[in-house]
Design a protein around this ligand. Structure first.
Ligand SMILES: [Zn+2]
Length: 226
């Protein structure tokens, strides 16, 4: 299957819908339809979206901790790239931004943050599970640097010890490479077993990112400005 051809332009994700019918060139008819309109995949999408500086983070399933967690990335790129609103309210607080159609942007004036979702196999748990690691832009930049560095990448090649320090805008992420050879010695893990787990893992995809219907977002937005 051909790789998607992305248009090389400087379209800002902030000022335009992040995905529209012209996002792919006309030659890409064999590409599967996008789910939703605002969740993208791959480093090309990430590059556009890594530009705005964002603070804070809101991981979904994988919980960043100060203690080190060992993970294996199951892909070399995020499976979903989108922006997310965080609204301090009763009930559901995080909402995928609908970009040009977004009531939280246009009615409330809230600024969404970039989110980059990766499939990871978390190995520091008793039973390793696939989780969604949702990276904020700061951490996504570190991951992209790994991917682009021939000595450290691609992302899914090695294992990574991840931890988080600080909170809010001062949050920093530590990303240390662990070679397969060191798994047994340093982490008491069986590299072959982990590799086969990774191969068999059922991964999340863009459909795993819930996009709240616009009508519902309008209701939320109106409740915030009334
Ligand atoms: Zn929005």
């Amino acid at each position: 299957m051909r790789k998607p051809q992305y248009r090389k332009n400087n379209r800002s994700i902030i000022n335009a819908p992040s995905v529209d019918s012209s996002f792919y060139t006309e030659e890409d008819e064999d590409i599967e339809p996008k789910h939703g309109t605002t969740v993208q995949a791959g480093w090309e999408a990430a590059s556009q979206s890594l530009k705005p500086k964002a603070s804070g983070d809101y991981p979904n399933d994988f919980r960043f901790t100060e203690s080190v967690q060992l993970v294996r990335f199951l892909d070399n790129a995020p499976f979903a790239v989108y922006r997310q609103h965080w609204i301090d309210r009763e009930g559901k607080k995080s909402f995928v931004c609908l970009e040009a159609e977004c009531p939280l942007c246009h009615i409330v004036g809230d600024t969404p943050r970039g989110k980059f979702a990766f499939n990871v196999l978390v190995l520091t748990e008793e039973n390793p599970t696939v989780q969604i690691l949702t990276a904020p832009p700061t951490f996504a930049r570190q991951l992209q640097a790994v991917e682009n560095d021939p000595r450290r990448g691609p992302l899914s090649k090695h294992y990574w010890a991840i931890s988080r320090q600080g909170t809010g805008p001062q949050t920093t992420y530590t990303l240390d490479r662990v070679r397969a050879d060191d798994l047994a010695e340093e982490w008491d893990l069986n590299p072959e077993k982990i590799s086969s787990l990774a191969d068999e893992a059922v991964k999340y995809d863009q459909k795993s990112i819930y996009v709240t219907p616009r009508a519902e977002l309008i209701t939320v937005a109106r409740s915030l400005v009334s």
